[in-house]
Write a protein that binds this ligand. Structure first.
Ligand SMILES: [Zn+2]
Length: 271
């Protein structure tokens, strides 16, 4: 908490950030039922907690649209549409799908845990609320364990992201899929994991715990691990009207990364 206050005070828009920080802490202190009454409306919907809202909250960053009830961000609501409309129908005929959710977002974790056909595991290196504490650069599972991996806005925090991607590829079953989201904030990837000072990281990479900016070459980084990558944009999942209603205006890309039998053979052949 002290670090957040220090970062806010050191930034050019420090006063706004400090007010946002105090507001969000105060709101989180209120029970969800109270927040539902305070923010009730008809103009907007959260498709995760299914609340009808008079608006989303813009806190911390001007582009953020937080749900005041479940604290989902636009990327969480978009990826939930993707899971519901594209991936779950794909898995619909199976009654056992093994999934790893890395650095789990609480609102989405609750949704996944309610699905009876999903053999769900949440993983985080630091957060003791996750089902398993584990480093995604050194995954403690044998090869070919998971049907599905979901990892959103994590790799930009990881010093050796290429190792994490290789580990994802290793533990996915052939035919499995990794749903990966990462912020693309630069024309090409700029990385310096040696920078440890939070203020310097914020200056260089836009956030105190980021170690790189990803660029359009992010796809090639994922392909290096062996995946075939499909890019899915918001417009493929939700039209303009729905995007406005669910607070999805910010452009966000979903990378659907597939472990194919032929790419597996190709990698084995290379090694
Ligand atoms: Zn919500």
């Amino acid at each position: 908490m002290l670090l957040r206050i220090r970062l806010a005070l050191a930034s050019p828009d420090g006063l706004r950030r400090l007010v946002d920080f105090i507001s969000s802490q105060a709101l989180r202190f209120l029970p969800a039922a109270w927040r539902k009454v305070i923010f009730a409306g008809h103009e907007y919907d959260c498709n995760i907690c299914e609340s009808q809202l008079r608006g989303f909250l813009t806190l911390h960053r001007p582009y953020n649209h937080w749900c005041p009830i479940c604290w989902s961000l636009q990327r969480h609501r978009l990826v939930w549409i993707f899971f519901q409309r594209r991936l779950f129908p794909f898995y619909g005929s199976r009654n056992h799908v093994k999934m790893s959710h890395d650095a789990p977002e609480p609102a989405l974790e609750a949704k996944f845990r309610r699905l009876p056909w999903l053999d769900y595991l949440s993983v985080d290196l630091y957060n003791s609320r996750a089902m398993l504490q584990m480093d995604i650069c050194n995954i403690q599972f044998p090869d070919e364990q998971f049907d599905l991996i979901y990892c959103s806005h994590v790799l930009e925090h990881v010093k050796d992201d290429l190792q994490a991607l290789r580990e994802f590829y290793r533990v996915l079953k052939t035919g499995g899929q990794a749903v990966i989201l990462a912020p693309i904030t630069s024309p090409r990837t700029i990385s310096d994991p040696s920078v440890a000072d939070p203020l310097e990281r914020e200056r260089l990479f836009g956030q105190h715990d980021h170690v790189r900016h990803y660029g359009r070459d992010f796809i090639q980084r994922v392909e290096q691990a062996g995946f075939r990558v499909k890019v899915i944009r918001r417009a493929e999942l939700a039209g303009d009207e729905e995007a406005k209603r669910f607070g999805l205006e910010l452009e966000e890309t979903i990378f659907l990364c597939e472990k194919l039998a032929d790419s597996h053979d190709l990698l084995n052949h290379k090694s």
